[in-house]
Write a new protein. Structure first.
Length: 352
């Protein structure tokens, strides 16, 4: 059980300015003393913890004192792509799997340097790197401090999901109380009151979000999503377009095309894209299935072909979808039966 009793004292040199402030505000001492004392009663089995409190309440001091070897403020990124900034001993498959697990699921962004990514993407890349490092335990300070609060909440949920799929332990340190319900921590230490609360064994459900889907005739909305599509920036204007919003913010795009063939009532997903800040929380699957169910109500078959590995994984383990094909394709799109020179793994699914 980590226990801390920390006295932090500052003794500034008595410069002209320091003396002026002491005199002007009638300060009783030129020494500044802060005292932080408490207990963090960690259980044997936990994976996600949260140290939270207002600025100046000792969060960073406590985290550094108790978890010095695991404390992280930032990583160094020097390569031309974030792929190459990941640990050298990791394979491409391990890296992309970690990226997908934290909701950083846009392959075009994997080829960018860290410096040009959005703050939300940087937060996810940092966590993916922590997951890939050999260290089993890590503490992130200033967690979600530089991102929009809507993004922070969605990102927090995606991150805790990723951590729980590993054997790692993660502590977030933040002044933002709004992430607690989304991070679903096993324990929380509140530095405002110096109190510890355990949530061990409690059922963890994320808060409800305001999720809406709109059918639109404005095909130009694709421009907002095109650069985030893993395969192509093009779009067929014959496709029927739907937009998803999360808490009244545009988050996702799906378009659907008639499927050529003997059966007229076939519909196939043409494009499915979630904006980076909303990836990893299951919102894309929800958009796909809710649109698909509307077509099913009108007795349409609803299918999707994809080579996005995170989507393939999610649909393969879902009982709502039948997998009709899984394997590698040649340049003409013909099945190679899981063997051959192509690196493009593809799958086709139909909503039951």
């Amino acid at each position: 059980m980590p226990t801390f009793d920390i006295i932090k004292e500052s003794k500034p040199s008595k410069t002209f300015r320091v003396a002026s402030v002491i005199g002007k505000f009638d300060l009783q001492s030129e020494n500044i003393v802060e005292h932080f004392k408490g207990d963090i009663e960690l259980a044997k089995e936990w994976q996600v913890g949260l140290i939270v409190g207002k600025s100046g309440t000792g969060k960073t001091t406590i985290a550094k004192q108790l978890f010095e070897n695991a404390y992280i403020t930032s990583y160094e990124y020097t390569k031309e792509t974030v792929l190459d900034d990941m640990p050298k001993e990791c394979s491409v498959e391990q890296i992309t799997s970690a990226f997908n697990s934290v909701g950083f699921s846009s392959p075009p962004s994997w080829l960018k340097p860290y410096s040009v990514l959005s703050n939300g993407q940087k937060m996810r890349v940092d966590l993916a790197r922590a997951i890939l490092e050999e260290q089993k335990f890590f503490v992130f300070d200033e967690f979600t401090s530089v991102v929009d609060r809507n993004v922070a909440q969605i990102g927090s949920f995606a991150m805790q999901k990723a951590i729980r799929k590993t054997d790692k332990q993660f502590i977030a340190v933040t002044c933002h109380f709004d992430v607690q319900d989304w991070l679903l921590p096993d324990w929380v230490f509140n530095t405002d009151t110096m109190t510890f609360q355990s949530f061990e064994g409690q059922k963890k459900n994320r808060p409800e979000i305001k999720f809406e889907i709109f059918n639109t005739t404005d095909k130009s909305i694709w421009k907002m999503f095109a650069k985030h599509h893993y395969l192509s920036h093009s779009h067929n204007n014959a496709a029927n377009v739907f937009i998803a919003t999360v808490n009244d913010e545009i988050a996702g795009f799906i378009s659907v095309l008639p499927q050529p063939g003997k059966i007229a009532k076939n519909r196939r997903v043409h494009r499915l894209v979630m904006l980076p800040d909303y990836q990893g929380a299951g919102i894309g699957i929800r958009l796909l299935e809710e649109v698909g169910l509307e077509y099913k109500k009108n007795e349409y078959r609803f299918t999707i072909n994809t080579s996005a590995q995170s989507l393939i994984y999610a649909l393969k383990k879902s009982h709502k979808w039948n997998c009709h094909h899984f394997g590698r394709l040649d340049r003409c799109g013909n099945s190679m039966g899981g063997a051959g020179k192509s690196n493009k793994m593809s799958a086709s699914f139909e909503l039951k």
